[in-house]
Structures are given as structure tokens and as C-alpha cells.
Ligand binder design. Structure first.
Ligand SMILES: C[S@@+](CC[C@H](N)C(=O)[O-])C[C@H]1O[C@@H](n2cnc3c(N)ncnc32)[C@H](O)[C@@H]1O
Length: 194
């Protein structure tokens, strides 16, 4: 049980190992997302895993679209939506390192984007797409401060060698101790469109 929702997971799906702190992490993400709560907003949940973040936000959103590469995780996310009586969430299997021009055509323009990649961070194709789509807010969740700093820099200041301009302002970075007694740290970063 996380944020009042029940999750079923299978062996190949990612799931936060520190469940107690996962509750803290997801609450912080919800707070950073600052959904109006009137059911008018579109949420895009990138690297959605079993749907945890998107499903916690779905209660206050118009619709959530989740993308994830592991098919078992997508099957879990769909099951978890049903299990919790949530019918405004769509989960799609896709490799976010290989997006092409059609990415973004199958969902409305997002009001808020959550991006929670694994340690390598986001592919340049995804950075480019984010800089083009210009969602009002991005909540970037990361367990790797090095790739996190790189991706935040790209989103705020652009990528000179790709001729991409940055368009976000970093509003906050909140560390969460997901891995006690280790040097590792998770961060929840809020970016707002300039
Ligand atoms: C840090 S986990 C976050 C999962 C989920 N947001 C959560 O909180 O449980 C990163 C997720 O990204 C997925 N992933 C890794 N590479 C990907 C890619 N190229 N395209 C789409 N998803 C990917 C992983 O399978 C994993 O589920």
C-alpha cells in the first residue's frame, strides 16, 4: 500500500525497495506537481514502471499517460489501475531512448510531466522533445545526481552543440533518503517553464 493505493508487481518490474520512504517520495512528487485538483489537467508519466506515480496523481488529473519499456511493468500498471478503480490512466509500452516524430501525437499536450529515469538519465531525443513540447511544469525524479545535474542543465540552459535553447527554470531540488547507510540519494526536482 502506497499513498492509499494497492500495487501488485511482477518479478521483472521496477519497484522502490524502501517502501516507507517511497511513500515520502511520492507525497513530495504529488506536492511538487501541484495539480489543481479540478480534474482538468493532463499528466505524462515518463519511465512509469508499475504506474505508481501516475496512479497517485490520477485522482486529481483529467488523464494520465504513462510510458515504460518493460512489458511486464506496463501489464502491472494496467492491472494496478483496475485494482484501484482508476479509469483515467493509459499505460503504453515504449522505449523512450528511441522516440521519433510520432511521439506525443497519441496524447494531448501535457500540463505536467513527471520524468523518473533510471541512472543513465534521459536520452537526448527525449530532452529535445521536452524542449519542444514546453509543458508548464516538469517534475524530474532521479537517483543519480550526476545525470540529474546534466539533464536539468540541458532543460534550463539548452544544448549548444544540438542548437537547442533551454526554457525551464529550476525551482527546487528536494533530496530524499531512499537508500539509508549508503552514499546514494534520490532527488525530486521541480522545473517551471520560463
Ligand atoms: C527509476 S525507475 C522508476 C519507475 C517508476 N516511476 C516508479 O517510481 O516505480 C525507472 C523506470 O524506467 C524504465 N526504463 C528504463 N529505460 C527506459 C527506456 N529507455 N524507455 C522507457 N522506460 C525505461 C525502467 O524499466 C524503470 O521502470
Amino acid at each position: 500500500m502506497l499513498r492509499g493505493l494497492t500495487f501488485q508487481i511482477s518479478a521483472n518490474s521496477f519497484f522502490q525497495t524502501n517502501t516507507k520512504q517511497a511513500d515520502v517520495l511520492y507525497k513530495l512528487i504529488e506536492d511538487s506537481a501541484r495539480l489543481k485538483g479540478d480534474g482538468s489537467e493532463i499528466v505524462l508519466d515518463l519511465f512509469c514502471g508499475t504506474g505508481t506515480i501516475g496512479l497517485t496523481l490520477a485522482r486529481r488529473a483529467k488523464h494520465v499517460y504513462g510510458y515504460e519499456v518493460v512489458p511486464e511493468a506496463i501489464a502491472d500498471a494496467r492491472k494496478n489501475a483496475k485494482l484501484n478503480g482508476i479509469n483515467n490512466a493509459t499505460f503504453v509500452k515504449g522505449d523512450l531512448n528511441k522516440i521519433n516524430e510520432s511521439f506525443g501525437k497519441e496524447f494531448p499536450k501535457p500540463d505536467i510531466i513527471i520524468s523518473d529515469p533510471n541512472r543513465p538519465g534521459m536520452h537526448m531525443k527525449l530532452i529535445k522533445w521536452l524542449l519542444e513540447v514546453k509543458a508548464p511544469r516538469i517534475v524530474y525524479v532521479s537517483c543519480n545526481p550526476a545525470t540529474c545535474a546534466r539533464d536539468l542543465d540541458y532543460l534550463c540552459h539548452g544544448v549548444e552543440e544540438k542548437d537547442l535553447g533551454g526554457c525551464y527554470e529550476l525551482k527546487s531540488v528536494i533530496p530524499v533518503d531512499m537508500f539509508p547507510h549508503t552514499p546514494h540519494i534520490e532527488c525530486v526536482c521541480l522545473l517551471e517553464l520560463r
